[in-house]
Design a protein around this ligand. Structure first.
Ligand code: PLP
Length: 384
């Protein structure tokens, strides 16, 4: 019996209250009992997205909601801009290419955030662009993008802004309506503290008008079907009933804490872990680090994959390695969803031990001490 510690940027730990709800006897979905739960979930999701739009639920991981955005908004032969700051930005490009488009890809060196200048220029050069696809928290590099400023540029044009907030929502500050983000997609297994399996998409009027003109083939992910059912608390096809019952509980927990308080909590956790990592003599990968996941450069000559494997197999502590070009070069610790200040101690402690064991000269306890001192000095502000 080995205790496991999940500190990965998805899936994230699920609180016992939420798991218990998921384990309840299944109910039938074409009932008032289910509709009432679904309508409550819908109202609460709007609070999390800070929107008055309907938030539609799909049975898929986050990528399914991304694909649904593409096929419901785009038209044959239309143009799109992709803001690529890492693996998830590049996924927008791949989805578009998979659907036969040749998007304009504004790629930054990984670790950097979106360049507003480049976006502004590209929008000027391409006034016929239909949509701009970007990422709130680029989980692969631990970077947060400046969506508020990006939205200011896109709202001036006829294009819609589509933001992947799969790992960012509930963690990073984000206000869909206030910032003018036309479409937001998210997923269950990160900030929402649920198992994987449900994704979300919220679209404003500007985007729905575009949906009316979209001519790409679609059936299961035809969002008009979902929208037409939502006021009666229903989905067009069988929903993941147990996950939605569990989501009702996780939203209760999130709203009880309050989103502004949670933004503050993750901000604090992000700053503590960054200070601790730097104190250990390690370097952050991101130039604009996010508050929900921290990417750390592996010391020269050390394959980060080895550390990740060692921590998981020997100590039961799961952190993430690098993806694509960053494979072997970085490791990533999450501080999103159901994670708290003492989880930072577990993460940093495991990394110190792992590095030491692999032969890197590190002073045990140095990073842990920084976390402890910060927790003490912030007088509980990073707890609940
Ligand atoms: C996790 C994640 C996704 C979705 O991945 P799935 O495996 O399809 O759930 C998309 N974007 C970002 C930024 C993510 O972190």
């Amino acid at each position: 019996m080995k205790k496991k510690y999940l500190l990965t940027p998805g899936p994230t730990p699920v609180p016992a209250e939420v798991l218990a709800k998921e384990g309840m006897p299944i109910i039938h979905h074409r009932t008032t009992e289910f509709s009432n739960i679904f309508l409550k979930v819908e109202e609460n999701l709007k609070k999390v997205f800070f929107t008055n739009n309907n938030v539609l639920l799909l049975s898929s991981s986050g990528t399914g909601a991304m694909e649904s955005a593409v096929i419901n908004l785009m038209r044959k032969n239309s143009k799109a801009i992709v803001l690529e700051t890492g693996v998830f930005g590049s996924r927008w490009g791949k989805i578009l290419q998979g659907m036969g488009f040749s998007p304009i890809i504004l790629k930054e060196e990984y670790g950097n955030a979106v360049s507003l200048e480049k976006l502004e220029e590209s929008l000027k050069e391409n006034p016929d662009v239909l949509a701009v696809f970007g990422t709130l928290t680029e989980t692969s590099t631990g970077t947060v993008n400046n969506i508020k400023e990006i939205a200011k540029l896109v709202t001036k044009t006829d294009a819609v802004l589509v933001i992947d907030a799969v790992s960012g929502l509930v963690g990073e500050e984000f206000y869909q309506d206030k910032w003018g983000v036309d479409v937001v997609v998210s997923g269950s297994q990160k900030g929402f503290m649920l198992p994987p399996g449900v994704s979300f998409i919220s679209m404003n009027e500007k985007a729905w008008k575009m949906v009316e003109k979209s001519d790409l083939p679609k059936f299961y992910f035809d969002l008009k079907k979902y929208k037409s059912k939502i006021t009666e608390g229903q989905t067009p096809f069988t929903p993941p009933v147990s996950l939605i019952v569990a989501l009702d509980e996780s939203l209760n927990l999130i709203l009880k804490d309050g989103l502004e308080n949670l933004f503050h909590k993750y901000k604090k956790m992000g700053s503590i872990i960054r200070e601790s990592v730097k104190g250990l003599g390690l370097e952050l990968f991101s130039k604009n680090p996010s508050n929900v996941v921290t990417a750390v450069k592996s010391p020269d000559g050390i394959d980060s994959g080895k550390i990740v494997k060692l921590l998981r197999e020997k100590y039961g502590v799961s952190i993430a390695g690098g993806q694509m070009d960053m494979k072997g070069k970085i490791f990533r610790i999450a501080h999103m969803g159901y994670m708290d200040k003492f989880d930072l101690i577990i993460g940093i402690s495991a990394i110190e031990m792992g590095l030491k064991e692999i032969g890197y000269n590190i002073e045990l306890g140095k990073g842990v001490k920084i976390v402890e001192e910060n927790i003490l000095s912030c007088n509980g502000c990073c707890s609940d």
